[in-house]
Ligand binder design. Structure first.
Ligand code: PXG
Length: 288
């Protein structure tokens, strides 16, 4: 596998970062998870825009322009002959001192991995996931903006461990007020009385690229959609529930905390959203 790192394309065995890199020492960095479908990179511009905003929020000077990043992403895919897969674009503060001071880091480290991704097995798309709410809360927006896709994933990882201990593949994380924020790597949606509802970024949700696609799809299929605070009760008693993310795409949820959602099968609107999403990923995108 060929990896892009700091301007070079090298074999993955040669792609190395310093033990003094602040991405490793402090989680001081940002990233994007991007998909390529049939040789088209899905919503690349949106991913790069979110990356630029994450960089701005943490005061990290982007080492490459949007056009250069876009070219590097496409070239990494081409060099790996990757037409369908997953792209991880990471920018760290770079190698520095053992202290926190980001200004002592000489230059950001940037790397791009283009590889395969393991999706949920098909049976979960057909039958839906059974998930749980976990005790670990989403980091509060007044501590770290949830909209920054940073390398700090420890609370999501604790939530993922708690989900596994409860025998579930995903978990709902609440914010400090007890409202639904999102899952460990996916945004959450419910369908209630013919309307799609999802938590706002201010409730602790990442502004997912897949999530923003759902707004477009809702318009396309003529289903009203809005942002609102959601409680666990709202999800338990919803007609339908689904999750979205670059990895998961659109996946139905049929049970939360032992409560069956709707009729216990993937809902009609969820299925329409999933079908439209699958069509879009083949039709849209930046040709590599
Ligand atoms: N919330 C969080 C906390 C995420 O990490 C999403 C929502 C969905 O956002 P997108 O933009 O993907 O629709 C994410 C995305 C992985 C992996 O390696 C994680 C994500 C995406 C791709 C792969 O597990 N998280």
């Amino acid at each position: 596998m060929v990896v892009y790192i700091d301007g070079k394309y090298v074999d993955s065995t040669e792609a190395k970062v310093s033990v003094f890199d602040h991405g490793l020492l402090y989680g001081d960095g940002i990233f994007e998870g991007i998909r390529i479908y049939g040789g088209n990179v899905f919503r690349l511009e949106e991913h790069l825009e979110r990356l630029e905003m994450s960089a701005k929020a943490i005061m990290l000077a982007m080492p490459l322009s949007r056009a250069e990043l876009s070219a590097a992403v496409c070239e990494t895919c081409r060099r790996n002959k990757l037409n369908d897969g997953y792209i991880r674009l990471v920018i760290t503060r770079g190698a520095g001192d053992l202290g926190l001071a980001p200004w002592l880091c000489e230059k950001p480290t940037i790397f791009i991995i283009a590889s395969k991704i393991s999706l949920y097995p098909q049976e979960y798309y057909d039958n839906g996931l059974s998930i749980v709410t976990v005790p670990t809360r989403r980091i509060a927006p007044d501590a770290l903006p949830p909209t920054v896709k940073s390398l700090n994933y420890l609370n999501n990882i604790l939530a993922k461990i708690e989900a596994r201990q409860a025998g579930a593949l995903e978990a709902i994380m609440l914010n400090s007020q007890g409202y639904v924020a999102e899952c460990t790597a996916d945004n959450v949606f419910i369908v209630q009385k013919g309307e799609i509802v999802t938590p706002a970024a201010s409730a602790g949700a990442l502004k997912g690229i897949t999530r923003s696609t759902i707004f477009d799809i809702a318009r396309e299929i003529g289903v009203p959609m809005r942002e609102a605070d959601l409680t666990r009760y709202d999800v338990w008693c919803a007609d339908e529930c689904f999750l979205t993310g670059t990895g998961a795409e659109v996946i139905p949820v049929v049970k939360l905390d032992g409560r069956v959602i709707g009729n216990g099968k993937p809902g009609g609107i969820t299925q329409r959203v999933l079908a439209s999403f699958r069509k879009r990923v083949q039709a849209e995108g930046t040709r590599i």
